[in-house]
Design a protein around this ligand. Structure first.
Ligand SMILES: [Zn+2]
Length: 207
């Protein structure tokens, strides 16, 4: 906590004035460009690696950057559903980005089939199809990266499929007013990759 408090004091001292005009403009309304789904991992900082400013991204974070499949009754997650509804209906975002990352602890737990605490186990149960695909794939997909990172990339692709089970997402996609993107952040190199349908793999985002 001491480091956090120190950070607040340093921010107030060094950066507050610079940010005040921007925050002031955003106080009553924000108009983000995208819904950004990321992992809770403390090393994943979207606003840093995507060089975004306050107000640019509507961010949903949870363990493993997960989107449980939509179910009208039962186990679909209220937080995820609410974030999607709000992003599409109120903020009218045109893009949803699901961003995984290298060396993800959640993916490691899935890969190593670790015995997890009940809440985490329930949350990560939606990773089962990714793990099965990973086993079936035998390393054909992205053979140049580690098994852990391969599972993580497969998981991002699966979350894009899960997004399409949400009726509103599916409807907006059909209307051509929404696009889905799978991103993957490499912690070691700070490179961001995007899933290419055409190339059937994650490719470096560059000019
Ligand atoms: Zn993670």
């Amino acid at each position: 906590m001491k480091k956090l408090i120190q950070g607040i004091l340093e921010f107030r001292h060094n950066c507050k004035d610079e940010y005040c005009s921007r925050f002031g403009g955003l106080a009553e309304k924000h108009d983000p460009d995208a819904l950004f789904v990321a992992c809770c991992d403390s090393r994943v900082v979207p606003n840093v690696f995507a060089s975004t400013d306050p107000g640019d991204l509507f961010v949903l974070r949870n363990i493993g950057n997960s989107i449980p499949p939509y179910q009208i009754f039962g186990a679909s997650d209220a937080s995820v559903t609410a974030a999607i509804e709000f992003a599409l209906l109120e903020l009218k975002v045109k893009d949803i980005i699901v961003c995984g990352h290298s060396d993800c602890g959640a993916m490691r737990a899935v890969l190593e089939q670790k015995k997890l605490h009940p809440g985490v186990a329930a949350w990560l149960s939606c990773a089962k199809p990714s793990y099965e695909r990973f086993l079936e794939d035998c390393g054909d997909f992205a053979p140049d990266i580690t098994p852990l990172n391969r599972l993580s990339q497969i998981y991002v692709m699966q979350q894009l499929e899960h997004l399409q089970t949400y009726p509103m997402v599916s409807e907006y996609l059909q209307q051509g007013v929404l696009a889905l993107h799978g991103w993957w952040f490499d912690l070691a190199t700070a490179d961001v990759f995007q899933y290419s349908e055409k190339e059937q793999k994650f490719v470096l985002i560059e000019a």
